[in-house]
Design a protein around this ligand. Structure first.
Ligand code: ATP
Ligand code: MG
Length: 769
């Protein structure tokens, strides 16, 4: 069938090519950063499609972010020379899980328009539950319970499966019961939280083997990127789908009414489902015996990952999933890639040397055929403000040298670090975008507007209803809401329904009753309008007629105008979606919000959200003990935590193609308190030969590599005289001149002296994050 080798194959090295062309049976690509794992996955999809082995709707392909999914789709289009229609099952675990769940919502006691709660909603709901149980929220915070429940869900544990010892840690043993009532409440609210998108999916598959079987048949090929960061729930979900389907009592397809066809008419898979030229459609022939034999063959699953980039252990990811692959999928072909195509020599050497300090690794070699390029730089700044100023100047420098700002990224350890950069960039007029962070959609006015739309979309969405029932003020205060709650709880109905019942009685004072009736009528009208008008028109109507826009127009506070602009922007942003449901779906899933690709802009994000990405120029600020590695991680997870932090540092460095620039500040203000900090141990662990210490351009005159001298490197000699006066001497001179005080300085100096004797571990560190 294969004619001349397609062009996408010719751009692969032999190992990559093997990974792409081994279409049958399980394949694991275990390889370091920048070796082309993601490229392999993309080519593999192209190959499957162009060989006619499956149609777009028959490929399940999991990426780590929505953004990565979009990018992959784009690349596919380029490779195949035509836009790829469909690919409905290319996305994150959550988006795919959510999609499947929606199609079978009734089977897990939801409706197909169920709402996906964000963390805020989740916490609010748990607070209500705690109150109802008479549990003191101060002693047993709802947030803590939310964290526990998330953890259980990540491990694939439903309320009845939580080990009793663990359920006991909350509210004197009430943890498990609260988890159960939380799940029950979610069903009444027609809502799911993030963890449910997979957990409920797993339950669906377990309780309805016929449904599972359908998806097992559907997905002829399964591909997973960033496999090292899958958690137990994701793993279980994959395992279920990757199993050869068990023979069903009757014909595998005829036995089940297919919810995959026709339930959501807009679903692109439907157009592909039947009627189009059948490829590998033998299992639909009705010849059962043949089918079973065929389907029991090893599944075509291909996972790619890198144990050195496992950075979500704190969220339940299990790097062991990689190690188990061969066991789970007997006969798996394991392919290793060793050539890094991303980074220059110095950067790759620095990253490899750093990660070699970890003990728990599979170990691998990485080489580049690229030039050495520029050394990795390390720059000390007086404080975070100077750090931001210095980085701002470097970026302006790059801009003058005509570097593309899209190729510049700042990767921070903790999101609070971003604020300083945002401020600086606004001052400089440098365009930037925050990736993966809570910004626009987190604003109060946006959340209010969304709450209105959510209630229009799903009347059972109590949290949304409660948020806006008295916004703007309509005389429906706490007492009214309390009353609605009592009603709703007693009769196990949503607040909205309770409100409908209550307005028919005289329990409310006439005025409140009148305005509640008006509100309900408005919602009925909007819902009718939703059927006929576009979702943007609907949004405009809702904002106007509810009095919400008016409320801000009358508001005299300084930020009211900005809020009105944001509301306009919200309506504008809806245009990109087909309908309200799709838009709300998007909002609930936005893990990676970016400002769009219109303008060249610097990217600002956490190290965690930088996974899989690459940039020519990468700035890595805040390499200080306590911040990076994070003291909290060290305290909570000890050695394992340190290794995870180091992998994070490794991920950061390996994002860089041409330049990696590390920074640390000697003083940092966290939550209003100044702390003196010491440079990160990770700086010590870099190979001197590949690193250059530079002066801060921040302009305080202090700058320099404070307290960070050549003696701190593993490999002192190679530093030679490239480094003049050690930082600490300059600092001392500066202090003598009346410069700013550098508290705790001598103490640090001594500990550096004794570093070889394990000095670091004896140092006192200030917890920062
Ligand atoms: P990470 O572990 O960081 O996710 P990765 O292994 O997924 O990295 P890719 O992002 O797929 O690596 O590839 C890194 C870079 O190398 C990309 O710019 C990619 O286009 C390029 N690349 C990969 N393979 C080749 C090749 N055979 N020839 C030229 N460039 C390649
Ligand atoms: Mg990748």
């Amino acid at each position: 069938r294969a004619a001349a080798s397609p062009s996408y194959l010719s751009r692969l090295n032999p190992e990559q090519r093997e990974a792409v062309e081994t279409l049958d049976g399980p394949v694991l690509v275990l390889a370091g950063a920048g070796t082309g794992k993601t490229r392999v996955l993309t080519c593999r999809i192209a190959h499957i499609l162009s060989q006619g082995r499956a149609r777009p709707g028959e490929i399940l392909s999991v990426t780590f972010t929505n953004k990565a999914a979009r990018e992959m789709k784009h690349r596919l289009g380029e490779m195949l020379g035509q836009a790829v229609e469909g690919m409905p099952w290319l996305g994150t675990f959550h988006s795919i899980g959510g999609r499947i769940l929606r199609m079978h919502a009734e089977m897990v006691q939801l409706k197909s328009n169920f709402t996906v709660l964000d963390t805020d909603d989740q916490v609010r709901l748990l607070k209500q539950l705690l109150q109802a149980e008479g549990i003191d929220d101060k002693r047993w915070p709802a947030r803590m319970l939310a964290g526990l429940i998330d953890g259980w869900k990540n491990r694939g544990l439903g309320p009845s499966q939580v080990p009793s010892g663990e359920a006991a840690v909350f509210a004197n043993g009430k943890g498990g019961k609260l988890y159960a009532s939380y799940q029950e409440r979610l069903k009444i609210l027609n809502a799911a939280d993030f963890g449910d998108l997979l957990l409920e999916n797993i339950r669906l598959f377990r309780e309805h083997p016929d449904v599972l079987r359908q998806y097992q048949h559907r997905f002829k090929f399964i591909l997973v990127d960033e496999y090292q960061d899958t958690n137990v729930a994701q793993y279980l979900w994959l395992r279920l789908l990757a199993q050869a389907p068990s023979p069903s009592p009757t014909s595998p397809r005829a036995s089940v009414p297919s919810p995959l066809v026709g339930e959501t008419p807009s679903d692109p898979i439907d157009s592909l489902q039947d009627g189009s030229p059948g490829l590998d459609a033998s299992h639909r022939s009705g010849d059962d015996e043949k089918n079973v034999a065929k389907l029991s063959a090893p599944r075509n699953i291909c996972c790619v990952g890198d144990d050195d980039q496992s950075i979500y252990g704190w969220r339940g990811a299990e790097v062991d999933n990689i190690l188990r692959f061969e066991h789970d999928f007997p006969g798996a072909k394991v392919i290793r890639l060793e050539r890094n195509y991303r980074s220059t020599g110095h950067i790759l050497a620095a990253a490899s040397h750093l990660i070699a300090h970890n003990e728990g690794r599979l170990g691998k070699t990485l080489r580049t055929e690229d030039v050495d390029g520029e050394k990795v730089t390390v720059t000390g700044a007086w404080d975070s403000e100077e750090e931001a100023r210095a980085i701002g100047e470097e970026i302006e420098d790059l801009q003058r040298r005509k570097e593309n700002l899209n190729q510049v990224a700042i990767l921070v350890r903790a999101s609070f670090q971003m604020r300083e950069f945002e401020d600086r960039f606004v001052t400089l007029g440098l365009p930037y975008r925050v990736i993966g962070g809570p910004r626009f959609y987190e604003r109060a006015e946006i959340r209010d507007a969304l709450a209105y739309l959510r209630v229009v979309n799903s009347p059972a969405d109590d949290l949304a209803f409660e948020r806006i029932v008295n916004v703007p003020k309509r005389g429906l205060g706490d007492a009214t809401v309390q009353m609605l709650h009592d009603h709703a709880r007693k009769r196990r109905i949503p607040l909205f329904e309770a409100a409908r019942a209550v307005v028919e009685t005289d329990e409310l004072k006439p005025k409140a009753r009148g305005s509640l009736r008006d509100l309900l009528t408005s919602f009925d009208r909007w819902r009718a309008q939703a059927e006929v008008a576009s979702h943007t028109e609907l949004a405009e109507a809702v904002l106007d007629e509810s009095g919400y826009t008016d409320m801000w127009q009358k508001d005299r506070s300084a930020d009211a105008a900005g809020r009105l602009d944001n509301l306009k922007e919200l309506v504008r942003s809806m245009e990109e979606f087909e309908n309200l449901q799709g838009f709300l779906e998007h909002i609930s899933l936005v893990m990676d919000r970016d400002g769009g690709a219109e303008e060249e802009a610097v990217s600002l994000m956490t190290l965690h959200s930088a996974k899989g990405l690459e940039f020519d120029n990468v700035f890595l600020p805040g390499w200080e003990e306590g911040l990076f590695p994070s003291q909290r991680t060290l305290d909570e997870q000890g050695r394992a935590g340190l290794e995870e932090e180091r992998r994070l540092a490794h991920v950061g460095l390996t994002r860089a193609r041409r330049r990696a620039k590390l920074y640390f500040a000697t003083n940092r203000r966290i939550h209003g308190t100044w702390s003196t900090t010491i440079p990160s141990r990770f700086l010590d662990e870099l190979p001197a030969h590949n690193v250059e210490i530079t002066e801060s351009k921040g302009g305080s005159g202090w700058g320099g590599a404070s307290g960070y001298g050549p003696s701190r490197f593993d490999n002192v000699e190679s530093f030679g005289s490239s480094y003049g006066t050690p930082g600490w001497q300059r600092a001392q001179a500066n202090r003598a001149r009346g410069g700013r005080q550098n508290h705790g300085f001598e103490e640090r100096q001594t500990s550096y002296g004794s570093r070889d004797a394990g000095g670091f571990s004896k140092q006192k560190r200030t917890p920062l994050v």
